[in-house]
Design a protein around this ligand. Sequence first.
Ligand code: SAH
Length: 250
Amino acid sequence: MKKIYFVGAGPGDKELITLKGYKLLCQADIVIYAGSLVNPELLDYCKEECKIYDSAVMDLMQIIEVMKNGVENDKLVVRLQTGDISLYGSIREQSEELKKLGIEYESIAGVSSFLGAAASMGIEYTVPEISQSLIITRLEGRTPVPKLEKLELFASNQTSMAIFLSVQNIDNVVDRLIEGGYPQDTPVAVVYKATWKDEKIVVGELRNIADKVKREGIKKTALILVGKFLGDEYNYSKLYDKIFKHEYRK
Ligand code: SAH
């Protein structure tokens, strides 16, 4: 029996899928893709007779049923999800159901949207002596967030943050970041549809970003990037410093 392949589709640009993911898409007999977020242009890689399902209109057991029928009939099944599957990918419930059925799976890494967004902006989350950590989080929605992961608690670190799934509540995000300790003038970027052709980048500070985002009409498919890494202050790293010697450069 074949296994199921969970493939990270990348953030949008159809060339930002891995070579491994691309090859699987080319060979797939069945593709179940997350239609609400995955760029449909990626499906151009599939062969003509490939059967394509949009998981946006399916529930978990319907998805599992398509996977089960596929592998039982020796078909190559690809589950295509946006960015990388390890972040907000609802992967755990799918893999647990597959385990119950004794169906094997393999995951293929993808380029997450927070990486696509950074590349689009040409920025680094970990600027020396400004921030050396990145917090990836979200505001609670229908999915609750554990108490110790409240945005205001994370904000007290004042490090770099990439906030998923929250742009529709930008006012709330801003209030809680300020409450947690970020100064009002902390730089913020909202990246809508990073790496897609209709990508939009809105930059501002905590005190004015909400208005700017609303003016642009951005309500979904966006990341909120917050922190001093977006500001003018920076330091050079020691890695390429002429007077700094290390293992490879004596
Ligand atoms: N697994 C995905 C995230 C899925 S959750 C990943 O690794 O990127 C869906 C959320 O991801 C969206 O609400 C949005 O916050 C973010 N997102 C996904 N694709 C995006 C893109 N191209 N640009 C900006 N944000 C994106």
